[in-house]
Design a protein around this ligand. Structure first.
Ligand SMILES: [Fe+2]
Length: 286
């Protein structure tokens, strides 16, 4: 018997007024939840944003200024494309646990992936003005997050779903997420060049949460403005997929103790999984 806590989507949806967002996830494949619905303060978001910039500085040796951008450009892919991806952020600070266990996120992720879903990726993105040498209107090419699973898929039961916490304003000019509304109903990845002409920006002010179906066609627009776009994202997967970043056994106990929802956090990190594999004891093999 599984030990995941029962997640009452209906009760959370009622409390926070999520009916429209659940309908959008089904019809459009993406929804934007405003700060007022999340009932979170500016301080809550700013602390996450500032911690990401601090981690970025520690890992890359470069400072990141919201208005002016990076003090230098890291070598390799960031220099070519104009962003840096910081992985495994949940291991860095308790603050990143908060984005995992927020009740609205939990309800909408459960709507898409069912109970027992896992955290698959815990990344922060710091994006700056796209270099002139980068060609095209999109920086991140159009794709689906669940392309590792052969299509066709069932759009009602995606294998993967994602969340983007917007920590700076998301506009097309600021390099927002780009997506094709309703494309998850195609139940396949886009062909090369198929998605961009149909795409729209996911425009949202800082303090918003964007959630979307793993079958949604998406990428991101080039950033034509100075300063930074800062995002905390997190792919999640159903329990039959091994997370791309594995956190089992790596989260300190004190993080669970300090969490407002330790049961859900343990489930996200596969810490309830021993009960799936133990099975009945065979006395002959003792
Ligand atoms: Fe993606």
């Amino acid at each position: 018997m599984l030990s995941e806590p029962a997640i009452n989507i209906d009760a959370i949806a009622e409390e926070y007024g999520l009916a429209e967002h659940i309908a959008e996830l089904d019809e459009i494949g993406l929804t934007i939840i405003p700060q007022s619905t999340l009932r979170l303060s500016d301080k809550w978001f700013n602390e996450i944003r500032d911690t990401i910039l601090r981690v970025g500085e520690t890992r890359t040796g470069i400072t990141y200024d919201l208005a002016r951008g990076p003090s230098d450009i890291p070598d390799g892919r960031p220099r070519v494309i104009g962003h840096v991806i910081l992985s495994h952020m949940i291991l860095e600070d308790q603050i990143f646990e908060r984005v995992m266990t927020h009740p609205v996120k939990k309800a909408l992720m459960t709507h898409m992936l069912g109970e027992g879903h896992r955290l698959a990726i815990s990344d922060a993105w710091i994006k700056w003005q796209t270099p002139d040498s980068w060609e095209g209107d999109a920086t991140t090419g159009f794709h689906t997050d669940q392309s590792i699973v052969p299509s066709p898929w069932n759009w009602q039961t995606p294998h993967i779903a994602n969340m983007n916490w917007c920590l700076t304003d998301y506009t097309k000019e600021d390099g927002a997420l780009a997506y094709v509304p309703g494309s998850h109903h195609e139940q396949r990845s886009p062909e090369l060049g198929e998605a961009l002409p149909q795409a729209v920006p996911a425009e949202a002010p800082a303090g918003s949460l964007i959630m979307f179906n793993g079958g949604l066609w998406h990428g991101s627009y080039r950033k034509t403005t100075p300063g930074l776009r800062v995002t905390m994202l997190g792919q999640h997967c159903r329990p039959y997929i091994l997370p791309f970043q594995d956190f089992k056994g790596k989260i300190p106990e004190k993080m669970y103790s300090a969490s407002l929802d330790p049961g859900y956090l343990r489930s996200l990190m596969r810490e309830d999984e021993t009960q799936l594999i133990q099975g009945p004891v065979n006395p002959k093999r003792q």
